[in-house]
Design a protein around this ligand. Structure first.
Ligand code: HEC
Length: 104
């Protein structure tokens, strides 16, 4: 019995820790927000993706590229003067979803 209670308490604690992580899921909307965020990747200037790719114009084919994440990081490190972001992060997944959503 005591063991069951301890187990229950432990799983409740685990669930509480897991909640904030689950709340932040990759989405097109988050990708759109980050695309306009001048602080993305700890950017050292006031540029966002949108500065050069206004409303994602001209990126209609980019979503199909196999090296999309690498290209995004190239633009974060280059034009944004920031640090690349992890390829499996929610931020990167969201940026990719946003760019994929531009396909016509
Ligand atoms: C200073 C202007 C500038 C900014 C800011 C910029 N880019 Fe770019 N981007 C370019 C240029 C120029 C190219 C094409 C040349 C190249 O491949 O590097 C490009 C190419 C790309 C491509 C490939 C498009 C294709 O069809 O092949 C993607 C995807 C991309 N950028 C995403 C981003 C994202 C995401 C951001 C924000 C983190 C961003 N860019 C910020 C200038 C910029």
């Amino acid at each position: 019995m005591k063991k069951t209670v301890t187990l229950l308490a432990a799983s409740c604690a685990l669930m509480l820790f897991a909640l904030p992580v689950q709340a932040e899921e990759a989405s097109v909307a988050l990708g759109h927000t980050l695309f306009n965020d001048a602080g993305l990747g700890a950017s050292k200037n006031d540029k966002s993706c949108n500065t050069c790719h206004a409303n994602g114009k001209g990126m209609e084919k980019a979503g199909a590229k196999a090296d999309l994440a690498a290209q995004i990081n190239k633009c974060i490190r280059g034009p944004l003067e920031g640090q690349g972001i992890s390829e499996d992060s929610v931020a990167m997944q969201s940026l990719m979803l946003y760019i994929k959503s531009l396909a016509k």
